[in-house]
Design a protein around this ligand. Structure first.
Ligand code: HEM
Length: 520
């Protein structure tokens, strides 16, 4: 019997074609839409773009952005990292989509040091962070509180001026004195003690707070590959980094615990002699349950630690850079001295009341923050959701680096950006650094912006004004001004073979209250 399949096949053909069409249609409609990621430099297997990041990451990222654009996507090992390098890109991240980019990525080292991210700086975005940030902004670092430390700042400043005066014709190490000034101011505000006064306390191994804190700063800057490739966490376990961090966290805790206990015994109120320091304020918030959630002891210690980690080095670095730029630009130094010496009589110190009459001083500090932001790449953020920025798709969980240094170099915003020209901030151009003008964001912006701006700004202005008011500075004979950056996160001026030391010869204690107005 002859049996043909053809009629059967032909009868099934329409059904077959229908199924093929249906499959194709379904695959089109259910396929995830095509993603449009930002431009990326070529990456290598395993390490991604890490090989393109040099010892000064802000400079490496700036060069890459010139080839790939102000919004680019890199990969640190497998982890996606969005890099923003222009005013507009920073505005998109820190204003338009600020809420989505308000998280901080997890950092194992920071978590070990900050009581499991119970601080503000490293805490993930959420209710806990919101409560801690509001304590920081409204209670600990409010304008009124910063004002309450005015005597502390003026006393510490007077001591530095006295030390320089007493040095006679000797060369002074200005860097050291500036670090001493800012550390003492922060320490007295935080604990009511001088930095040197706490030098011998705490630390099971007999080390002082000063040494332990120095090591904390060093370890926070360590690149932890385990944060990018979880299966490589063993690297820092085996090489002893995590062990070191754990020992350090224990030493720090012993010290901070001692400080909190001491404060608990005395319950100082506002207006009492000695005033309230930050620990007093935090203990009062805890006792009176001011914010509606019980403030844990670890949270108090973590917040105090933040203030040191975020506030000491940054504040001294900027004063050091200002002095370096003024030495490099004698005309600007003269102009500033003329302004300050006109307002304050020669035998008086510059006080905080005088600072508002010194527009050139403020312009010099802004120009220095533009050229040398102490944190050149803003503390990393992380996206909490998928989001589109400038038409590019950014996936949830992408790390975000905003290159504040590159933004300060952007010729779309600044004429001759490489030049030190404080005058650009005068003559009606009212750009400020408080996070509203995205051309200048050394303190970040938006919800995660720095709460210590007022605290830092007043110390910086007071220090620079007093130094240039009282002295004329010059380099020691035979020392060349060799200015370059020092380490990734601490851009510092150096003037000799010894990094981060700025030896200066004081040529005179110039005190003429009669500088002509036209000099400004
Ligand atoms: C010149 C001095 C300073 C500079 C350049 C600076 C810069 C910064 C930057 C860039 C951020 C990250 C902002 C962001 O993600 O948008 C930050 C955060 C922070 N800063 Fe500062 N800072 C300075 C001084 C201070 C001082 C004096 C304090 C405290 C007394 C302080 C406390 C903090 C804290 C607690 C945060 C974390 C805010 C958060 O994550 O919500 N800073 N700072």
């Amino acid at each position: 019997m002859h049996f043909s399949l053809y009629p059967f096949i032909f009868s099934l053909l329409p059904l077959f074609l229908f199924l093929v069409f249906l499959r194709k249609w379904l695959s089109i409609t259910t396929r995830p839409p095509r993603k449009n990621p930002p431009p990326s430099p070529r990456k290598l297997p395993l390490i991604g773009n890490l090989h393109q990041i040099g010892p000064f990451p802000h400079r490496s990222l700036h060069s890459l952005s010139q080839a790939h654009g102000p919004l680019m996507l890199l990969h640190f090992a497998a982890a996606p990292v969005l890099v923003a390098s222009s005013t507009a890109a920073a505005r998109d991240i820190m204003k338009t989509h600020d809420l989505i980019f308000s998280n901080r990525p997890k950092s194992t080292i920071a978590e070990k040091i900050s009581y499991g991210a119970k601080d503000v700086l490293f805490s993930p975005y959420g209710e806990y962070w919101r409560q801690m940030k509001s304590i920081c902004v409204l209670q600990v670092l409010s304008n009124k509180r910063v004002q309450s430390f005015r005597d502390v700042r003026e006393e510490e400043m007077a001591l530095i001026i006295e030390k320089i005066s007493d040095s006679g014709s000797e060369v002074v190490n200005l860097s050291k004195l500036i670090v001493e000034l800012t550390a003492n101011v922060v320490c007295r505000a935080a604990f009511g003690l001088k930095y040197d006064g706490v030098g011998g306390r705490g630390g099971g191994a007999g080390r002082g707070f000063k040494e332990v804190l120095g090591e904390v700063m060093e370890l926070i800057g360590v690149f932890d590959i385990g944060d990018f490739v979880p299966w490589l966490k063993w690297v820092n376990r085996v090489n002893g980094v995590y062990g070191r961090v754990e020992r350090l966290a224990k030493e720090l805790d012993e010290f901070l615990e001692g400080v909190v206990e001491e404060h608990e015994g005395r319950e100082r109120k506002v207006g009492e002699e000695g005033g309230q320091d930050f620990v007093d304020v935090l203990l009062e918030i805890q006792r009176e349950n001011v914010v509606g959630i019980p403030l844990q002891r670890d949270s108090i210690k973590a917040l105090i630690l933040d203030i040191f980690a975020a506030g000491t080095d940054t504040t001294s670095t900027i004063i050091e850079w200002v002095m370096t730029e003024l030495l490099k630009h004698p005309q600007a130094m003269k102009k500033l001295q003329a302004e300050v010496r006109l307002i304050v009589h020669s035998n008086q110190p510059v006080t905080e009341d005088d600072l508002d009459q010194m527009p050139y001083l403020k312009a010099v500090i802004k120009e220095t923050l533009r050229l040398h932001p102490p944190i050149p790449i803003i503390v990393p953020r992380e996206s909490t959701k998928d989001v589109q920025v400038k038409g590019y798709d950014i996936a949830a969980g992408t790390r975000v680096l905003v290159n504040a240094w590159a933004i300060g170099q952007d010729s779309a915003s600044w004429d001759e950006p490489e030049e030190f020209r404080p005058e650009r901030f005068l003559n009606g151009r009212s750009i400020d650094f408080r996070g509203h003008d995205f051309e200048l964001i050394p303190f970040g912006a938006g919800r995660r912006g720095c709460p210590g701006i007022q605290f830092a700004a007043v110390v910086d202005e007071l220090a620079v004004a007093n130094l240039v008011h009282k002295f004329d500075f010059a380099l020691p004979d035979g020392v060349e001004l060799d200015v370059h950056e020092f380490r990734a996160y601490r851009s510092r001026a150096i003037t000799s073979a010894d990094p981060c030391v700025m030896p200066l010869r004081k040529t005179s204690t110039t005190c003429s209250g009669d500088v002509p107005k036209s000099g400004i």
